[in-house]
Design a protein around this ligand. Sequence first.
Ligand code: NAP
Length: 267
Amino acid sequence: MPLPPPSDSSTCLVTGASSGIGEAFARELAGRGRGVTLTARRKERLVKLASELTDRYRVRAEVVTCDLSSAAARRRMIKTIADRGLEVEVLVNNAGFGSAGRFQDLDGESEVQMVRTNVEAVVDLCATYVPQMVARRRGAILNVASVAAYQPVPRQTTYAATKAFVLSFSEGLHADLKGTGVTSTALCPGPTRTEFGDAAGIPDELMRIPGLSYSAEEMAAAGVQAMERGRRAVIPGATNVAGAVGGRLMPRALLLPLLDRFYPVGK
Ligand SMILES: NC(=O)c1ccc[n+]([C@@H]2O[C@H](COP(=O)([O-])OP(=O)(O)OC[C@H]3O[C@@H](n4cnc5c(N)ncnc54)[C@H](OP(=O)(O)O)[C@@H]3O)[C@@H](O)[C@H]2O)c1
């Protein structure tokens, strides 16, 4: 059984819980009677959500603000969680952001920040909490990748590469953890109606194409269900599965010119 039963001191650490899929993860987990620790930079949103979850589901909901791109801030967050007597039994590495445009035209420092947030923080939090979970012989990791993980994506070059890392890392970890009582699951969403597009500079209409885009709640529910089953990875939605399979199988010499010409993001 990959997911330990909830207890007073156990918590689900959800990164990027101030909006979108992370907020939906927090609701999904609290709705199952699990205590949550919410982290992101925007404190007011986290405090409001924590109070709503405590009122509605009677769970312990903690807030620890953190800029996950900073190693020092992550160390402070980890210490605060331990000082509050909490054991992280579920880790949801959800925080992340993207950009849109040709790499040479984007802000280089922001691209590096993206790698720190989407990649470095994921490895750092797993490096902290996975050994603790293995020692307790229980726990679950849920890493949010993307369908962008399945192929290089021009004009989202760094973003797609960060998500390829998260998927590969998460799947390798899944195998490393076999027989330990701890699981690792990757969630690979496609276009999802959140604040992601705003943050990345992607026009709203591209993030909300009817029939192709999903809600944050749908993605979070699929992710938690896959984590509960100890699955290696999940791609919710038929159009997302088709995109991922096509992206993985198509020769790069064919795929890259096609994406460059027809993929609308960053044009
Ligand atoms: N929406 C999509 O189409 C889509 C598709 C595939 C994958 N994803 C992935 O899904 C995950 C969640 O994104 P979303 O769609 O829910 O977008 P969102 O609504 O923009 O939420 C992003 C979350 O990440 C947090 N975050 C960003 N930078 C951070 C930092 N430096 N430190 C701490 N927290 C940070 C934000 O919080 P603060 O700003 O308050 O810090 C926010 O809570 C991301 O990993 C994203 O790459 C999204």
